[in-house]
Design a protein around this ligand. Structure first.
Ligand SMILES: *Cc1c(COP(=O)(O)O)cnc(C)c1O
Length: 463
């Protein structure tokens, strides 16, 4: 059974991964700026800081486990994406990566748009004042209630994901006396993960309508006929944690092919193309993500070239980075509880959280880094596995990492690059209380999502 979202290979076999973990880094006290948020550094006293506040003070005030989010870094990344794509394109932050009202306000202030994919995400976005016309609504099985609310609120676009939904959205829009702007999400037969992509004729997944077999063309035909819909473009999202734009090149080629067919058949040139998200970040020092301006340049060139080839006006481009904006901006702070050396294997380091605050390692074999942050150490490196406190042997946070051999209960360790898909996927397994998200900026820390309490748990349990 493969639980891996990545291609099989030595990095994912049950041996020491190739490359970065086979040898300890030269100095365990050094923080690689690639994997840590912008304002993270180590103070003269050896304690790691974020936004000028040290982690011991943060642990004291907010407890552990907790996510600490570097607001300066978040805003800088959002702005970098916005600036890179300029005025002729739109950047939609993918809210599923991590969404809270503070985040919505930052995005609004930095000029980004927002993707939501549920009623809950829509409610969060609207309650924090994101203008509805800057919201895109996604999902492969939106309920009629969700569709109703989205149209009523006036969302800028709904991304249609199935033949049923084309009719459903058109019908609800008409009932409300509206014409809803929509895109059709197509699957182009490109499966992209990390450094590789596979281009196929078919795609075996639940999202989107296949280009293959003329299905997407048929969806367009139907959407164009319905009064309740204004078809503004085609949407394609090819994967996650992608480092290379070659997968987007194949996707854009195929989407533009569809735009050309639409022009030839219906005499309309759809004005927009959405290339989705999925841009990779550095979880470990081995990862080398590209800068937003490089990605913007590459994607714009690809779409322009393809459209010139097809003699189409270049459509307005939108992209949907989630992880690439929020992922690198946060780390999870844990306190070490127990330490078990297993001779000849590795040392198990148990922390006060685990798969309830970071499911990605168990779910996707995701790789993370970890560092001792409450002090420096000159001790020898030891091969460690950082595990949680849950009743599950797969409860692993960091599969293989080096930590100093003098690590002791009470030390604070931090896992960087946990801003995306950690709090948003957090669970109450074992009735764990989901950790808070604390935003830190210019010497000040403030809770943006508070820690759950036992009262919160018991309130749902009505006896
Ligand atoms: C998940 C998703 C994204 C964001 O993916 P990231 O890997 O976080 O950039 C963007 N668009 C769609 C449609 C998605 O499903």
């Amino acid at each position: 059974m493969s639980r891996s979202a990545h291609p099989a290979g030595p990095r994912h076999a049950d041996v020491l991964p190739e490359g970065h973990y086979s040898a300890p880094p030269a100095d365990l006290n050094t923080l690689d700026p690639k994997v840590w948020a912008e304002t993270v550094d180590r103070g003269d006293d050896g304690v790691v800081r974020v936004g000028g506040v040290d982690v011991k003070a943060l642990a004291e005030e907010f407890g552990t486990p907790a996510y600490f989010l570097d607001e300066t870094d978040f805003r800088a990344r959002a702005r970098a994406w916005r600036t890179a794509f300029g005025q002729d394109a739109d950047v939609f932050y993918a809210g599923k990566a991590f969404l809270s009202r503070a985040v919505v306000r930052w995005l609004h202030e930095e000029g980004l748009n927002l993707d939501v994919c549920s009623g809950g995400e829509l409610a969060t976005a609207l309650s924090a004042g994101m203008p509805a016309d800057r919201i895109a609504f996604h999902g492969n099985n939106k309920s009629t209630e969700e569709i109703h609310r989205a149209i009523e609120a006036g969302v800028g676009r709904i991304v249609l994901d199935s033949f049923q939904e084309i009719v459903r959205v058109a019908h609800i829009a008409q009932e409300l006396g509206k014409r809803q702007r929509v895109q059709i999400r197509v699957t182009v037969g490109v499966e992209a993960h990390t450094h590789e992509f596979i281009a196929t004729a078919h795609e075996d997944q639940k999202f989107g309508i296949p280009l293959a077999g003329g299905q997407a063309a048929e969806a367009v035909r139907r959407a164009l006929k319905l009064d309740g819909l204004e078809l503004i473009g085609i949407h394609s999202h090819i994967g996650s944690q992608i480092f290379d734009t070659s997968g987007f090149e194949v996707a854009a080629h195929r989407v533009v092919g569809l735009l050309k067919d639409i022009r030839d058949e219906h005499g309309v040139e759809l004005p927009e193309i959405d290339l989705g998200g999925g841009l990779g970040i550095a979880y470990t020092s081995a990862d080398d993500p590209r800068e937003p301006h490089e990605i913007a340049k590459a994607l714009t060139e690809i779409v322009t070239r393809e459209c010139e080839g097809a003699r189409l006006r270049t459509p307005r481009i939108s992209v949907e980075p989630g992880r690439a904006i929020v992922g690198p901006t946060a780390f999870t702070l844990y306190e070490v509880g127990t330490i078990k050396p297993l001779d000849g294997l590795r040392t198990y380091v148990s922390v006060d959280g685990g798969m309830s605050d970071n499911i990605r390692t168990a779910l996707y074999d995701a790789e993370y880094s970890v560092a001792l942050v409450s002090r420096t150490s000159d001790a020898e490196p030891m091969l460690a596995r950082v595990v949680g406190k849950h009743c599950e042997s797969g409860d692993i946070v960091v599969k293989d990492a080096f930590l100093p051999a003098d690590l002791a209960p009470g030390d604070l360790i931090a896992v960087p690059a946990t801003g995306a898909y950690c709090r948003s996927m957090a669970s109450n397994y074992n009735h764990a209380l989901r950790p808070p998200v604390v935003a830190v900026r210019d010497g000040e820390a403030r809770v943006i999502v508070r820690r759950e309490t036992e009262e919160d748990l018991l309130r749902l349990d009505v006896g």
